[in-house]
Design a protein around this ligand. Structure first.
Ligand code: C2E
Ligand code: MG
Ligand code: MG
Ligand code: MG
Length: 283
């Protein structure tokens, strides 16, 4: 027999079971609703050319502009999203925003490729290729202006499927970067098989570059990446001395607070003179 009371108890038990399995019903529902309401926002962080220090591309990083809790960083909601289907919805929203923004910059004469992070479950599903294909068709963005970033650990969860997916994207002309390189125990063999354009060395190595052993590791990764013809990127560059050392070691692109923090689209160094507002008397 069903009573309201019994239903409630049932729901609570259910909730407890799901939470024990690390599925937070509350957060999932909230996040899903937030995506519907457009509460996810992208901030863009520049990657600069190591020699000229000019912006070469930007990375889109998601935040949740929560009505009560303020601007939430991805670590607060991404892990949960990745354990449920919400990650697919989130990624679709992020891709749509990032590709449209890149297309707008492109039309305004600013050729800044945009990088988007893809989580393991997204990379393992075949939807992502069609989603990207549709967005490129809709916006007319040249595929080369889109970079997908995947971590080693994401690839390692399903190496065969992921390699397939990356190959399809690359055939379309989209660029592929391996993110947080060095901490995800990729076998070196995988590196020779994965279709890659860019290698982003994890910040933990960058911060240890002035220690003798740290430097040796970074040097050998640099040699390897250059030997493989990959664009070599350092993340987490926080000071000039580190930037100079990385440039000497052959890094092509540098990313980090020293060059710019993730910021909303307009601030991301993309406003052209014309977009900065018309001053009185200028027409
Ligand atoms: P990531 O892709 O490795 O992004 C770099 C992270 O390092 C960003 O953190 C960025 O704000 C931070 N960072 C950049 N420069 C510096 C620096 O000089 N020093 C320090 N200490 N940190 C720096 P954020 O934005 O909190 O993102 C964290 C992670 O969340 C990202 O790491 C990425 O794995 C994930 N993420 C962000 N946006 C998305 C998304 O749209 N989809 C998916 N699947 N993952 C995302
Ligand atoms: Mg990234
Ligand atoms: Mg990274
Ligand atoms: Mg990282």
């Amino acid at each position: 027999m069903y009573t309201a009371k019994r239903d409630r108890t049932q729901v609570e038990l259910w909730r407890a079971a799901l939470t024990a399995g690390n599925i937070d019903l509350g957060l999932d529902t909230d996040l899903r609703a937030a995506i519907g309401k457009g509460e996810l926002v992208l901030h863009y962080q520049p990657l600069v050319d190591a020699r000229t220090r000019e912006t070469a591309s930007v990375e889109a990083l998601v935040r949740w502009s929560h009505p009560r809790r303020g601007l939430l960083p991805p670590r607060v909601f991404l892990p949960q999203a990745e354990r449920s289907d919400v990650i697919h919805l989130l990624t679709a929203a992020v891709l749509a925003d990032a590709v449209r923004q890149a297309a707008a910059w492109h039309r305004a004469g600013r050729d800044v490729p945009v990088a988007v992070n893809l989580a393991a479950p997204v990379l393992a599903s075949d939807r992502v290729v069609a989603t990207i294909d549709a967005l490129l068709a809709e916006t007319g963005l040249p595929p080369r202006a889109l970079i997908v970033e995947v971590t080693e650990s994401a690839v390692m969860t399903r190496p065969a499927e992921c390699a397939d997916r990356l190959r399809s994207l690359r055939r379309m002309g989209v660029l592929v970067a391996i993110d947080d390189f060095g901490i995800g125990n990729t076998s070196l063999g995988l590196l020779t098989q994965l279709p890659l354009d860019e290698l982003k060395l994890d910040r933990s190595f960058v911060t240890r570059i002035h220690e003798p052993r740290g430097r040796v590791i970074v040097e050998s990764v640099a040699r390897m990446a250059n030997g493989l013809g990959l664009t070599l990127v350092a993340e987490g560059v926080e000071d000039e001395r580190t930037a100079e050392t990385l440039t000497e070691l052959g890094f092509h692109l540098l990313q980090g607070y020293h060059f710019g923090r993730p910021e909303p689209a307009l601030a991301a160094g993309t406003a052209t003179r014309d977009q900065q507002g018309v001053t009185p008397g200028s027409r």
